[in-house]
Design a protein around this ligand. Structure first.
Ligand code: PAF
Length: 289
């Protein structure tokens, strides 16, 4: 596996792959790689000839008081995980390489960037779409893979790629979970043992919502109220939101309707903020015979 730190070198390498007719798969990450990232790398591997994994803890997507400084970083371990998972190139630039002094260009998808996660993390998605647009320009991918755990991020990146005519297919890979249901996240390491146990309530509440909707409940208010009860029993420090959404528009819904709905949640245990979601398929009501 090749490790590249310079933008110009990465662009030249990507260009040479393209000239050789190779299909490039991109997996952007902030490092601290876990099995969730491994599944993204494998999804890219299955769809491309060369896989570029990027590791960059992107300062523009962290707000003041968030965890930019303490975000877990372990470049040596990450190199091993990326190579083992099937990466051909690891692009690991320094901050000054990506944001030289005087940098002033940002990419922002309006509206959906400011709801849910965006309401609690102003400018977060502006940072995400800016870095992802830059990574597309630097690594010239044919396909880029993101995780469903960050459902709003995946929605916004797809929208950005479409509206800015990036010639790249966006793949969204399923959430990878621990045996007890906790979605894998680099931030899970912040949880102490007690918080870690209580954090399983996120998945429990989503499964509860799924069973309710599958058994015919159509009121989003009722389903979200039930989820709120389950989450509250786990004594979170805060429930930021429980939202029933249309996966097509990311707008909130009052009634569950076919073909599917997305339920997204953000919950804090201590100072750790966790997000999770579920897509629930909804079938047409059967006509009475
Ligand atoms: O999901 C992440 O790890 C980050 O938001 C991303 C897409 C790598 C951009 O920094």
């Amino acid at each position: 596996m090749l490790t590249i730190e310079r933008v110009a070198e990465m662009q030249a390498k990507a260009e040479s792959y393209r000239k050789e007719g190779k299909r490039i798969g991109l997996v952007p990450t902030m490092g601290s790689l876990h099995e969730g990232h491994v599944s993204l790398i494998q999804a890219a591997r299955a769809r491309s000839d060369v896989v570029i994994v990027t590791i960059f803890v992107n300062p523009t997507q962290f707000g003041p008081g968030e965890d930019y400084e303490r975000y877990p970083r372990d470049a040596v371990r990450d190199q091993g995980v990326a190579e083992q998972a099937g990466a051909d190139v690891l692009f690991m630039p320094q901050v000054g390489e990506i944001y030289p002094s005087g940098f002033a260009t940002f990419v922002e998808v309006e509206d959906v960037s400011s709801v849910l996660e965006g309401r609690f993390r102003p400018n977060h998605f502006r940072g995400v779409t800016t870095i992802v647009a830059k990574l597309f320009a630097i690594t010239k991918p044919h396909v880029a893979v993101f995780g469903q755990k960050d459902a709003q991020q995946a929605f916004l990146i797809r929208k950005m790629a479409e509206e800015l005519n990036f010639d790249v297919s966006i793949i969204v890979a399923p959430i990878v979970r621990e045996a007890d249901g906790l979605a894998l996240s680099s931030r899970n390491v912040y949880l102490n043992a007690n918080e870690r146990t209580r954090a399983t309530s996120l998945h429990r509440s989503l499964r509860y919502a799924e069973s309710l909707v599958m058994s015919g409940e159509r009121s989003a208010g009722k389903v979200c109220a039930g989820m709120s009860r389950i989450l509250s029993e786990a004594r979170p420090s805060q429930i930021d939101y429980i939202a029933a959404l249309s996966p097509e528009s990311f707008s909130e819904i009052e009634t569950f309707e076919p073909p599917s709905a997305l339920i997204a949640i953000a919950v804090r245990f201590g100072s750790t903020r966790l997000i999770d979601n579920i897509v629930i398929p909804i079938s047409e009501k059967r006509e009475a015979s």
